[in-house]
Write a protein that binds this ligand. Sequence first.
Ligand code: SAH
Length: 226
Amino acid sequence: MSAADAQDYAGQRARLVAEVEAMYADTRMHTGLAVMSPQVRAALAKVERHRFVPGGQQALAYRNHPLPIGSGQTISQPYIVALSTDLVAPQPGQRVLEIGTGSGYQAAMLAEIVQKVYSIEIVPSLGKEAAERLKTLGYANIEVRIGDGYAGWPEQAPFDGILVTAAAPQVPQALVDQLKPGGRLVIPVGAAHDAQELLVLTKRADGTIERRSVLPVRFVPLVPGK
Ligand code: SAH
């Protein structure tokens, strides 16, 4: 890639940040978030989304749209990635679990902010490709595992935050169990290919759960493991 291309992509990312910021303002009545947090804005401006989209689609990488990544899966819309990241409220030093590695883009966004990201992908080819891509890009703080996200990652639990990037018919109890007190689970819940709601579940100090519906969304379905 030439220096001119790199500069062009950086410019496109800056425009994307402005677009996502505008969408935050438009949706603040639902989300309660009027602006992106500084750390999410910095990550969105930095992570090179064009390296996470399939060959030939680089020109579309900085549009505020989802894109197909193969195996019937998609890399989510940048606004949704930014918002989901903000809803997890990630902090430096934390350990976060992602379900649905896909391209690895969401994992990279989280890894810019927290200490360690664990990410589970059920489609082996996607998971392997994402792990290689993230390694090439220098993300030493992301661990990808091939498996069924419904079960979470008990060996590494509990987590400060859990982000599910595919829609579940209901909230998997294993994920609630693997959340630290004070931790947040962000998950789209609803029927496959139908209206879903993005939920934020916060575990209180006494272990009880506070549940907030943030936004109507449309994610690909979480597939049940075998
Ligand atoms: N976060 C991704 C996009 C996710 S699309 C990114 O940033 O690119 C949803 C992903 O969840 C797909 O890759 C899909 O294969 C995966 N998935 C679906 N069901 C799953 C399950 N039960 N466990 C783990 N991953 C799953």
